[in-house]
Design a protein around this ligand. Structure first.
Ligand code: NAP
Ligand code: HSE
Length: 428
């Protein structure tokens, strides 16, 4: 009989248990597809007595994930614990050093230590696979490293955090404020243990870091991602954006500019009738643009037991079949240090301000924008019962630097209440 591929799984939470279930449910299918049995020999988690809904008695139990990662009867270490330091990092390093391939769903680990781990893997002749780390069940890593490998990629963008997309779309459909929907998301169990990872854009920023490295052949560099979360998005912005024909998304964009690689994960307006604009709830979408394909749009479930375990299994099966691709698509030692583009490419912006309703107020706003070099494309002042008028401006294209100067100037006019909200409009 052909040698089985033996897995050691560290982490038996949502994703880990999902993987165990697939391996049991589809044993014959997996063997038929790879030509060899895929089996679990050992598992690890913190609490050996926890009821996980399925029996694990057929597998050896290791309390220490490092001990699991270095067992002689493990060929592939499957890291599903999470966290960029501690046991996930130690066990992944130990696995590679002892000659095991690694499959992980851990975007934080790879966004921060990906370069060192990829170099270690390659020095040891091992592979690290991480399809589940980006956009859950969507095979976007495979799309970039394999199906689209013949393209020069110009831009990768997308909605990569389902929780944020759920919050933003629910605010719009139910007309509820951010704080209420955040609480709902918490009650539904959507939020990470540290919710800032979701709503602060960090989780999605980790994912973008990994896509950038593959798309542009650069060293993964999370510190170069400009991050802004969705916490300051008000229901008014969602309503006004809709009125102007847009939707607000926590949008990740990675692209090469004349000054280097631009990476940002920020709330942006996108046309409401575009694929990204129509993305509802916890679904993810990744848009890849390349010189031969023009544009490919991938859409699917970004999280949850089934979709994430499905992505883990795709990686496991590739290893079982003998497919060995460098971690970020090219040898780690050939990844280049990409200069970070300090300013974004020019774009139109949405600006919402609360304007004192008195003679000359709008003229002052127009003067500040004009002096800063920001040209107004569209403008609306909404009906209001108080002495403060909600005013919306859509600008022509300008740089973020120029816009930030203009926003500072607006605050100094004496006719604008509070700080204006400015959001980039992403052209698709
Ligand atoms: P989870 O449900 O919290 O499960 C984590 C598992 O790791 C638990 O079984 C836990 O043990 C175990 N663990 C934690 N620290 C450990 C330690 N020091 N030693 C041994 N085991 C330890 O997490 P998850 O949602 O499955 O996520 C796992 C990974 O997948 C993370 O990197 C996450 O970012 C990634 N991911 C998750 C999703 C998703 O939808 N959930 C989607 C994409 C990617 P106990 O059960 O005993 O506490
Ligand atoms: N917290 C993530 C999300 C799932 O909401 O998309 C894990 O990647």
């Amino acid at each position: 009989m052909t040698e089985p591929l033996r897995l050691g799984i560290a982490g038996l939470g949502t994703v880990g248990i999902g993987v165990v279930k697939i391996i049991r449910r589809h044993a014959a299918l997996l063997e038929a597809r790879t030509g060899r049995p895929v089996v679990i020999t050992a598992v690890s988690a913190r609490d050996a007595n926890k009821d996980r809904g399925i029996s694990l008695k057929d597998y050896a139990w290791e309390t220490d994930p490092v001990a699991l990662a270095t067992r002689d009867d493990v060929d592939v270490f499957v890291e599903l614990m999470g966290g960029h330091e501690g046991p996930a990092k130690l066990a992944t390093e130990a696995a590679l050093k002892s000659g095991k391939d690694v499959v992980t769903a851990n975007k934080a680990l790879l966004a921060i230590h990906g370069q060192a781990l990829a170099e270690l893997a390659e020095a040891k002749g091992r592979v690290i696979r991480f399809e589940a780390a980006v956009a859950g069940g969507i095979p976007v890593i495979k799309a970039l490293t394999e199906g689209l490998a013949g393209n020069e990629i110009s831009r990768v963008m997308g909605v990569m955090n389902g929780t944020c997309n759920y919050i933003l779309t629910r605010m719009e459909t139910a007309g509820l404020p951010y704080a209420t929907v955040f609480k709902e998301a918490d009650d539904l169990g959507y939020l990470e243990a540290d919710p800032t990872l979701d709503v602060g854009g960090i989780d999605a920023g980790h994912k973008l870091t990994l896509l950038t490295a593959i798309a542009f052949g650069t060293k993964p560099s999370f510190d170069d991602v400009k991050l802004e979360g969705i916490q300051r998005i008000a229901i008014e912005d969602i309503r006004h954006a809709a009125d102007m024909g847009y939707r607000i998304k926590l949008l990740g964009v990675a692209q090469r500019t004349g000054r280097g690689i631009e990476q940002r994960m920020t709330p942006c307006l996108v046309p409401a009738n575009s694929p990204l604009g129509q993305l509802e709830g916890g679904t993810n979408m990744v848009v890849i643009e390349g010189d031969s394909i023009n544009q490919v749009v991938l859409r699917g479930p970004g999280a949850g037991e089934g979709p994430t375990a499905s992505a883990v299994m795709g990686d496991v099966l590739d290893i079982a079949r003998g497919l060995r691709i460098p971690t970020f698509g090219v040898p780690a030692t050939s990844l280049v240090e990409a200069p970070s583009a300090q300013t974004s490419l020019p774009a139109p912006y949405y600006v919402r301000l609360s304007l004192q309703d008195k003679p000359g107020a709008l003229a002052k706003v127009a003067a500040v924008l004009g002096d800063a070099g920001v040209s107004i494309h569209r403008m609306r002042q909404y009906d209001h019962a108080t002495a403060i008028a909600p005013v919306l401006i859509v600008t022509h294209k300008c740089t973020s630097t120029v816009l930030e100067e203009a926003i500072e100037g607006l605050s100094a006019t004496g006719v604008v209440e509070g700080t204006p909200v400015a959001l980039r409009i992403e052209e698709l």
